[in-house]
Design a binder for this molecule. Structure first.
Ligand code: AMP
Length: 192
């Protein structure tokens, strides 16, 4: 099963991706996680990405499409994967299609978590407060000002990706404002 998970920041993509991993035994490929690891390790990709990420903007398409192309060729991704946080632009979606086409593969579905944008800022503040209460580090881009940039970036550059997959007939939309369990149930139902 080859899947893409779409939704604005704070929509619960990470949580749902982990449940999909458990259900289908496929790896979760998250460009945000990979980029944060590259920043922490001080690699050349990390150095190029750090400031852009801290502003809440998108790193260049070539940078992430390269990372994903390499990652989906690895053995654990041969029988499937769930992409979380990628593609974030239509150019990335086209690059992914081309990459999959070279091995005669295609996506099975793009799942879009639809959420009330106004509620997301509150969710983000809660997520930060909970992490702080647990003594965990908070992401540098999880602050109110950067979060607004991330939301606007999603609206302008990533929302069209859902249209792109709708045009291909593989978009499955779920109400992401329901409980975590209900959202997962909705996803599994649409994939069965
Ligand atoms: P995330 O953890 O998915 O919220 O990603 C954190 C940040 O990493 C984003 O705000 C972007 O700056 C960058 N990023 C992650 N995935 C992508 C992508 N597919 N394209 C461009 N930038 C990305």
């Amino acid at each position: 099963m080859r899947l893409v998970l779409l939704g604005p920041p704070g929509a619960g993509k990470g949580t749902q991706a982990r449940r999909i991993v458990e259900r289908f035994g496929i790896p979760q490929l998250s460009t945000g996680v990979m980029l944060r690891a590259a920043v922490a390790a001080g690699t050349s990709i990390g150095k190029q990405a750090q400031a852009v990420m801290e502003r809440g903007e998108l790193v260049p398409d070539e940078l992430v499409t390269g990372i994903i192309a390499e990652r989906i060729e690895q053995a654990d991704a041969r029988s499937g994967f769930i992409l979380d946080g990628f593609p974030r632009t239509v150019a990335q979606a086209i690059a992914l299609d081309l990459e999959l086409n070279t091995t005669k593969l295609a996506l099975d579905a793009a799942i879009e978590l639809q959420v009330d944008i106004a509620a997301l800022t509150k969710r983000m503040s809660q997520r930060v407060a909970e992490a702080q209460a647990r003594g965990e580090a908070v992401r540098p881009d999880d602050n109110p000002a950067t979060f607004q940039v991330r939301l606007e970036t999603y609206r302008a550059q990533t929302a069209p990706v859902a249209e792109f997959y709708a045009g291909k007939g593989i978009l499955k939309t779920i109400d992401g404002m329901q409980s975590i369990d209900k959202v997962s149930d909705g996803i599994f139902l649409r994939l069965s």
